[in-house]
Write a protein that binds this ligand. Structure first.
Ligand code: PEP
Ligand code: MN
Length: 334
């Protein structure tokens, strides 16, 4: 962190600030120029609030040179984090494919999709029981009953489950859920993130639709700072001026995040495009740019899906896509 002090700083304030910084275990390297005094702060500055420093009377400007996140940073943790879920080591040698409907609808629907994607080699089953919908009049998910149906589908298919939590009060229902999903709309729900940080369960953290990489990693940091280091990041597209697709899938996030963080990163091309016909190509592109996994919406009858039918591929398309993604991942490892 670099601090530029105002011209002729008041002596007591200068001394106080220096003493305070040293008490935070940073080394203050001072350069006295003709016009300004510049301080280079060396050491771990992740817990120093740059905005508060910037508000001090004697400080002209503050520039952070390192990342404000620490636990999520590659800088402080060189090795990739590998998270074991069922038979899959995500972030490691295994490709993790997650498939299932947008929403859990009926017992037959979720069972049929689960058995089919399991047969096609999926590693996890997705399905929303609590649905964040733009309209309060749209289907809101089967809620508690949806969780029960997911548990049954897990039993029959053997697939671990990932499903979205929308608020802290729902947590007791997630006892048998393998991975808790935080949706794009809740990426900055800090109270929820903190609570999930106290759980001993992997969290799939989707990127907020207007979040920068840094904001996204700061959200991961919220979970990790409470002790839960099992965070999987999921790129799902961001809002841009383009209206042809539902979102703009930012695949640059994959190689960029792999440099910034040690956490596994997967891609959701379904919400990323909003169009089923674009999903297979973008899923393959996700693997080709280094994603550790892909999450796709798959339905046994997309035309009659209760939510997101237009972006759901059918079970046959998934079977074909999954074998191509696995082959691509293998190729990427060589
Ligand atoms: C979902 O995965 O079901 C979902 C609602 O996605 P997002 O939070 O990315 O919109
Ligand atoms: Mn959906």
């Amino acid at each position: 962190m670099i601090l530029i002090l105002k011209k002729n700083p008041e002596t007591q304030e200068y001394k106080d600030l220096k003493a305070w910084l040293e008490a935070q275990h940073v080394i203050v390297k001072e350069t006295i120029g003709e016009e300004r005094i510049v301080w280079g702060l060396l050491g771990d500055t992740s817990e120093i609030d740059a905005d508060r420093l910037g508000a001090l009377k004697i400080v002209e400007s503050v520039k952070r040179m390192d990342e404000p996140y620490k636990k999520a940073s590659r800088h402080f943790h060189q090795e990739d984090t590998v998270i074991r879920i069922g038979n899959c080591e995500i972030g490691g040698k295994d490709f993790c494919s997650i498939a299932g409907p947008c929403s859990v609808e009926t017992a037959d629907q979720i069972r049929e999709v689960a058995l089919s994607v399991a047969k096609s080699g999926a590693n996890m089953l997705r399905g929303g029981a609590f649905k964040p919908r733009t309209s309060p009049y749209s289907f809101q998910g089967k809620q508690e009953e949806g969780i029960r149906l997911l548990e049954l589908a897990k039993k029959e298919s053997g697939l671990p489950i990932v499903t979205e939590i929308m608020e802290i009060s729902q947590l007791p229902l997630f006892e048998n859920i393998d991975v808790i999903q935080v949706g794009a709309r809740n990426m900055q729900n800090y109270a929820l993130l903190k609570e999930l940080g106290m759980q001993d369960k992997p969290v799939l953290l989707k990127r907020g639709m207007n979040a920068t990489y840094e904001e996204w990693l700061m959200s991961a940091e919220y979970i990790m700072a409470e002790g839960n280091e099992q965070v999987i990041l999921c790129e799902r597209g961001i809002r841009t001026f383009e209206t042809y697709t539902r979102n703009t899938l930012d695949l640059t996030a994959v190689p960029a995040l792999k440099r910034l963080t040690h956490l596994p990163i997967i891609v959701d091309p379904s919400h990323g495009t909003g169009k089923a016909e674009l999903v297979p190509d973008m899923a393959m592109a996700s693997v080709a740019c280094g994603a550790h996994g892909v999450m796709v919406e798959v339905h046994n009858n997309p035309e009659h899906a209760w939510s997101d039918g237009a972006q759901s591929i059918d079970t046959c398309e998934f079977a074909n896509l999954n074998s191509r993604m696995k082959a691509m991942y293998q190729f990427m490892q060589e």
